[in-house]
Design a protein around this ligand. Structure first.
Ligand code: C2E
Ligand code: CA
Ligand code: CA
Ligand code: CA
Length: 277
């Protein structure tokens, strides 16, 4: 038994070593990726109950020269732990704005609200709002086109600072969405004091929807949003049944494979043309 224990710990340490090496490799890779622009912006359409487009969420992809497409799940956590998320987050905002500026230059109107995920670290930076202002000026972007998606954990880490920042951002013209609503530990007492525009119901809750079953939890999340006068958007909607139940519960906005998978930003104008009717 003693021997087996030792063997297990050898295996455990080998496994741990491999994990550490993988992280180091991703970290090194991320630095190169930032220097060499290996990231690609994807966008996933958002629709209303009539399936009319209301905008889209920007989702990052890493196009690695050898490994191919790496999903955010495999590198965002490392970027967060190493602080590289600050450079990456800036890259994402700048390239989103550059893309909108490009649409303007081509005489194309912005198709609704463009949502950008803001990580907790990024939001906590004292110069976060200044960075946004600089980029707005540089690319001549009207902030009314932009929604900032911020998770509740990010918002609640320093509630005083959060209130000031959100008020400033909204005064500038940005729309604010509370991302992954319900997955953190937020107290409703705090939430009701925050200047928000949208609640995003996390996919985890949408996954729980069963045809014909009542969903008291989601139902109350939606009604909280509506009582706070917020738009409520459900993400990860995959079936017409889920959508219909969400509509019945009072949800007005949707995002998910039912409507479209995320696509490269560069494919979005073509997709729009095909879906404009
Ligand atoms: P999230 O913000 O909750 O984004 C929604 C995720 O759900 C996306 O995964 C999207 O592709 C996926 N999704 C949407 N509809 C469906 C559906 O109907 N079915 C299924 N199975 N999945 C669906 P993705 O793109 O892999 O992103 C995962 C997470 O990585 C995001 O979760 C977000 O936390 C993070 N992330 C992605 N892009 C960015 C970014 O630009 N900045 C930051 N800070 N984080 C990002
Ligand atoms: Ca999001
Ligand atoms: Ca998120
Ligand atoms: Ca989510």
């Amino acid at each position: 038994a003693k021997n087996a224990g030792r063997n297990n710990s050898v295996i455990y340490e080998a496994g741990l070593q491999r994990l550490v090496n993988e992280r180091l490799e991703i970290e090194r890779g991320l630095r190169v990726a930032l220097d060499e622009d290996q990231f690609v912006l994807y966008i996933q359409p958002q629709v209303d109950h009539m399936n009319h487009l209301t905008g889209g969420e920007i989702l990052i992809r890493w196009l690695h020269p050898d490994k191919g497409m790496i999903p955010p799940f495999n590198f965002i956590p490392v970027a967060e732990e190493t602080g590289l998320i600050l450079r990456l987050g800036y890259w994402i905002i700048e390239h989103t704005f550059a893309c909108i500026a490009q649409w303007h230059a081509e005489g194309q109107s912005v198709p609704g609200q463009i949502s950008i995920n803001i990580s907790a670290w990024q939001f906590a930076q004292s110069d976060f709002t200044d960075q946004l202002h600089i980029l707005l000026d540089e690319y001549r972007i009207n902030p009314k086109h932009i929604t900032l998606e911020i998770t509740e954990t990010a918002l609640l880490s320093d509630i005083g600072d959060t209130k000031l920042k959100l008020a400033l951002l909204r005064k500038t013209g940005f729309r604010i969405s509370l991302d992954d609503f319900g997955t953190g530990y937020s107290s409703l007492a705090y939430l009701k004091d925050l200047p928000l525009d949208e609640l995003k119901i996390d996919k985890a809750f949408v996954d729980e929807i069963r045809p014909g079953e009542r969903q008291p939890l989601i139902e109350s999340m939606i009604s909280i949003g509506r009582h706070m006068n917020l738009d409520v958007l459900a993400e990860g909607v995959e079936t017409e049944k889920q959508k219909q139940q969400l509509v019945q519960m009072g949800c007005q906005n949707f995002q998910g494979y039912l409507f479209s998978r995320p696509m490269a930003m560069s494919d979005f104008p073509e997709w729009l043309k095909a879906h404009m009717d």
